[in-house]
Design a binder for this molecule. Sequence first.
Ligand SMILES: Nc1ncnc2c1ncn2[C@@H]1O[C@H](COP(=O)(O)OP(=O)(O)OP(=O)(O)O)[C@@H](O)[C@H]1O
Ligand SMILES: [Mg+2]
Length: 454
Amino acid sequence: MADILIVDDEPSIREFLEVLLTKHGHQARSAESLAETRAALATSVPDLVITDFRLGRESGLDVVREVRALSLPPEVIVVTAYGTPASAVEAMRQGAYDYVTKPFDNDELLLLVERAIEKRSLRAENRRLRTTALTSGVFVGQSPAMQQVWAIVQKVAPTRATVLITGESGTGKEVVARAIHLESPRAAHPFLPVNCGALAEGVLESELFGHVKGAFTGATSDRQGILVAAGEGTVLLDEVGELPLGTQVKLLRVLQERKVKPVGSSREVPFNARIVAATNRNLEAEVRAGRFREDLLFRLNVITIEVPPLRHRREDIAELAGFFLERIAIELSRPRLSLSPEAIEALRGYTFPGNVRQMQNIIERAATLSDSDELALSTLPPLVLGTPVPLEAEPDLSLPNGFSLERHLDTIERQYLHEALRRSGGAKTKAAELLGLSFRSFRYRLAKHGLPPE
Ligand SMILES: Nc1ncnc2c1ncn2[C@@H]1O[C@H](COP(=O)(O)OP(=O)(O)OP(=O)(O)O)[C@@H](O)[C@H]1O
Ligand SMILES: [Mg+2]
């Protein structure tokens, strides 16, 4: 059921449309002038507006213009007089969804109404997803590993404990950081990520701690640092493993005293923000290598959350694929997009070295390339098809009596050769490509295993 506003200066038409639309399950209200339209929009924004092009001395174009200027604008259908194509064109140019000419056919109008409503609900959904998935943190993942991450998120969220989030690139560290923020009492305050790896030392320090006017060339006014600017919110020190050693010393003091000294100032300013840090480096190893201060590590990793790589939680692959597919479907206005069973199978078997981010790219690429709504295996990058891996999360590394690595690798090699040939339908050039081998090397291996050259 949609909320539809009818704008027409002719009472009989208003009444007719109200009855017609109500009979088809919608909620209809009407306005007879621009002023009444404004009043109706102020009460609540409808899903759809149907307006006459001529409203006495006023113009339906003004209705279109005003309605379309709303922040989540309703669709507009314009009713024009027969033989006035120019007005229809103008209405569309102002953002109308479509038009019907008088006298119109009821079925034609109803069909248009359904389409317009569908478009609007897709747009609203798109927006909702954008704001929840991108700016907040939809957290997809029913696997036990991710449920465990979620459980820790909820446990630490209400506290002020510093959390260190580790994990390979693209696993969702920032998503987890946002989730901590959103599940915390700080949710209504800002969440501010700072990429510690992307900024030069001086810039990074003034970004974090702020600076006073004249602190360095170009510092033409005082500037608040992010730690203070976040107020009661959360600051994510992203890529914290990249912090220069000099900044590490300063940050440690700042975290201990919960006060910052803006660059060039001698005054300390207290701050209340919660600190969350993320890194894809192994900070213990960085400490051993002398690149990261152990005392800072101890400050940061009061609680550590490790986000597992996607290949260790294959149960999440199909769900994540579905999530990204739904998102791109809305963006491309192709609501019927789906993945073929073979494509899902191939994704399930892939290792995703780039983790969730790579999955997102693969799905978006496939959706963009595919002409048909069902995304076939061929829309996936060759990479995905070319590296069949056993479905277990990790290879079986037991070493039974009489184990021979030589023989074991031989067996695996043979299996890969077979699989590549099967996938390429026997075409050797293609099979070699799937395995990342030159044709010569592939032929040599076939011969070594006594596999038929034909
Ligand atoms: N569990 C999840 N649910 C939904 N989307 C996710 C999830 N995990 C990751 N993503 C999406 O995958 C992309 C990468 O996630 P994110 O930026 O959090 O990774 P990261 O670990 O911070 O990567 P990097 O180390 O490269 O900074 C983002 O677009 C994010 O929205
Ligand atoms: Mg990140």
